[in-house]
Write a protein that binds this ligand. Structure first.
Ligand code: UD1
Length: 339
């Protein structure tokens, strides 16, 4: 019988792409999302892509009573915890909002899992847990922190909490997926990243400059110790990232304990590499200006993902060209996002 995966926060950018890959591999998907940072139109789009009406609940994952009903009505085998706020700058201005929501949603999930005898959880973590001081390529055995902002600390803390829970309960299976920089969109152009306000992250900002919604890209600093002075990151296609969740779900079902995996390509590109690739692939011009460094940014961050390859059998398959093309395909077909 096929297994059922609950995607908490599954209507968002990474969750929606993951739902497709899970269904493609024979899993049943159930989504719980309050649409704080997603749009219910995504369910129609997912139906168009998968041919499946994905059961979905418009609930706040922090609401344990509401979450309990989801578990009562579905035979959940695996939980993926995508639910969380993710705007770094906002987390600095409103730390309590981040600590409260990002920790409570995970508490609510693990409590409800325990109540229903569900023992497999995959957590959306981030490269941000490696902090400021570790040299790239980053490996999972490096010391974590210190993080540079409350958002990062919530990832760090949730990892630690899940580790402690796993140590106290040998039935539990925890997979921590440390995402690098997810970009791109499903090749259909039906789903993609739809930032709430002005984008904080590089690729959605470039996409909105390309579509004319924003005027000019600010490149945050060109005096870093990198090949062209601009920040270097490990950009990963969201569909590759989604596939890592499917393999993590397979793995969690067969193993106990806790395991962290870097999900990146292992290749670092600078801000200007991304701008040039986007221009070349899509035959566009992206106006940009060099500005001050953004506080909290580091020069270079990329993954060693060999552990994910060895243990999960996962490896990124898509390249920068795919990422740039698919981002623009989504953006040009949906200039206003899902609205
Ligand atoms: C950021 C967060 C990280 C989080 C990730 C996903 C920080 C310090 N880190 O990663 O914790 O997990 O987003 O949400 O915010 N850039 C520009 N101009 C822009 C935007 C970005 O030059 O308008 C540059 C940045 O300086 C950086 C690179 O582009 O060098 C990537 O930035 P971004 O997309 O925001 O991701 P990260 O900062 O790597």
């Amino acid at each position: 019988m096929s297994k059922t995966v609950l995607l908490a926060g599954g209507a968002g950018y990474i969750g929606s792409h993951t739902a497709i890959e899970l269904i493609d591999k024979g899993y049943k998907a159930v989504i719980a999302d309050c649409h704080y940072n997603s749009n219910p139109i995504v369910y129609e789009r997912l139906k168009e892509i998968t041919g499946t009406d994905i059961p979905h609940y418009n609930i706040d994952v922090c609401d344990e009573n509401a979450l309990n009903r989801v578990f009562e009505e579905n035979n959940i085998d695996v939980v993926i915890d995508f639910a969380g706020y993710k705007a770094v700058g906002e987390s600095v201005r409103e730390p309590m909002k981040y600590y409260k929501n990002n920790l409570n949603s995970t508490f609510s999930l693990v409590n409800t899992m325990e109540r229903h005898g569900v023992s497999n959880i995959i957590f959306s973590s981030s490269a941000t847990v490696y902090g400021m001081n570790n040299p790239s390529p980053l490996t999972e055995d490096m010391n974590l922190g210190p993080c540079t902002n409350p958002y990062g600390w919530t990832k760090f803390m949730n990892e630690e909490i899940l580790r402690d829970l796993s140590a106290a309960n040998e039935e539990l299976s925890v997979v921590l997926l440390r995402y690098f920089n997810p970009i791109g969109a499903h090749s259909s152009g039906l789903i993609g990243e739809d930032p709430k306000d002005i984008p904080n992250n590089l690729m959605p900002y470039i996409a909105q400059v390309a579509s004319g919604k924003l005027e000019i890209l600010s490149v945050f600093g060109n005096d870093y110790d990198t090949h062209d002075g601009t920040g270097v990151r490990d950009y990963i296609h969201v569909v590759d990232l989604a596939k890592a969740h499917v393999l993590a779900a397979d793995y969690a079902s067969e193993h106990k304990g806790v395991e962290a995996f870097n999900i990146g390509t292992g290749v670092g590109y600078s801000v200007l590499d991304i701008v040039k690739a986007f221009e070349r692939v899509n035959n566009l011009t992206i106006p940009y200006k060099i500005t001050e460094r953004r506080p909290g940014d580091i020069a270079t961050c990329y993954a060693d993902s060999s552990k994910a390859e060895k243990i999960l059998g996962w490896k990124a398959e898509k390249n920068l060209e795919d990422m740039c093309r698919d981002t623009w395909n989504w953006q040009s077909k949906n200039p206003e996002g899902y609205k």
